[in-house]
Design a protein around this ligand. Structure first.
Ligand code: AOF
Ligand code: ZN
Length: 339
């Protein structure tokens, strides 16, 4: 059975409701309950990990047997697990809902299987409704589900000859204003920005995302500082709108798991050659952003440290996703190539 026009409208409404919830560890999910006559009798949405799921939030507005024979329209397949809350499939069955329409499958190891559970209880189920729109809404959550860790972009700025600083360590600025504005726009799209204590001590970066006139973007990435050297109380990063997180940076998978559990979905590594190389060596990157300026610096301050490539056959090959001109500079976006 496919979804009716009324059910599709309800899904559009459920998408609106889903957007009220926060991005984070859990997906944004919205739910609408339709009476047998097709009228909206309850709405709900998920407010983040540890709170009621969207279906349960909507059902809570229909005590007794008010949901009997109703249709639940949910952006995500109702879950089948007892996590921080009980399984939504069971809540829907117990409320007497006779039909469930949902957007995308929940492929979570523990939570999957809700649709089958509902069908085996005699509930009519239709999935895949407005799936593209739902997927777009929870795109980053789906990426984290697939990777099992946040998405990682590694960024650096370099001279044409691959250097990240002059002989005395100065590096401001290698690239021009247009390229730097692009970096800030991308920082604003990330949930965390990672830098090493070496970079923090040498450059004293604010690690905020700012427009050209210095205004902060509404969404600021959390600064994550790696390394063992102490960061002074007067450092610019101490005035960041988010309190910085500090890690010794030795165990990158543990670091990423900690960030994932905090609901961080996109990590922007802007940490200098040592940090960038550590992530690349460990294969922990999904995207490289190399900003290349038409300047020559010579000397030894390379944009990347040792990657453990002993011979050309062991080179890390990348696929170029895009090449753009930003003012006088180039931006090459590359991804690890398969195989
Ligand atoms: C639903 N409805 O509104 C949401 C679902 O342990 P919990 O309770 O935080 O469950 C989190 C998982 O449940 C999450 O990873 C995802 O698979 C699913 N989210 N499911 O039926 C909802 N937010
Ligand atoms: Zn649920």
């Amino acid at each position: 059975m496919s979804a009716s026009a009324i059910e599709q409208d309800a899904m559009r409404r459920a998408l609106e409701l889903a957007r009220r919830g926060p991005r984070g560890l859990n997906p944004q999910v919205g739910a609408v309950i339709l009476s047998p006559a097709g009228e909206i009798i309850a709405e709900g949405w998920h407010r983040g990990a540890g709170t009621a799921h969207a279906e349960v939030d909507a059902l809570s507005k229909l005590p007794g047997d008010q949901a009997r024979g109703a249709t639940a329209v949910v952006t995500l397949e109702p879950c089948n697990h007892t996590g921080r809350t009980g399984p939504c499939a069971v809540a829907l069955i117990e409320a007497g809902v006779s039909r469930v329409v949902y957007g995308i499958d929940d492929r979570g190891v523990r939570s999957a299987g809700g649709a089958d559970h509902l069908r085996s209880a005699g509930v009519s189920v239709t999935g895949g409704v407005l799936a593209d729109r739902v997927r777009l809404l929870v795109h980053d959550w789906l990426v984290v589900q697939r990777l099992g860790r946040p998405h990682i972009s590694v960024k650096w700025a370099q001279s044409l000859d691959g250097r990240a600083a002059a002989a005395d360590g100065t590096s401001q600025w290698i690239t021009g204003a247009v390229a730097r504005a692009d970096v800030h726009r991308r920082r604003a799209g990330a949930d965390a920005i990672v830098a090493g204590t070496g970079t923090v001590l040498a450059d004293d970066p604010a690690l905020t995302a700012r427009t050209a006139d210095g205004t902060l973007y509404p969404h600021q990435p959390v600064p994550v500082i790696l390394g063992v050297r102490p960061v002074p109380a007067g450092a610019a990063v101490r005035r960041h709108p988010h309190e910085a997180l500090f890690f010794d940076g030795r165990d990158l998978p543990a670091l990423l798991e900690d960030l994932r559990v905090r609901g961080i979905q996109r990590v922007f590594i802007e940490g200098g050659p040592t940090i960038a190389s550590a992530f690349i060596r460990a294969g922990l990157y999904d995207q490289i952003l190399a900003y290349i300026a038409p300047v020559l610096l010579g000397g030894a301050r390379l944009a990347l440290a040792d990657l453990g490539v002993p011979t050309i056959g062991a080179a890390r090959r990348l696929a170029v996703a895009s090449v753009d001109t930003l003012g006088d500079d180039l931006l090459i976006v590359a991804t690890p190539s398969e195989g």
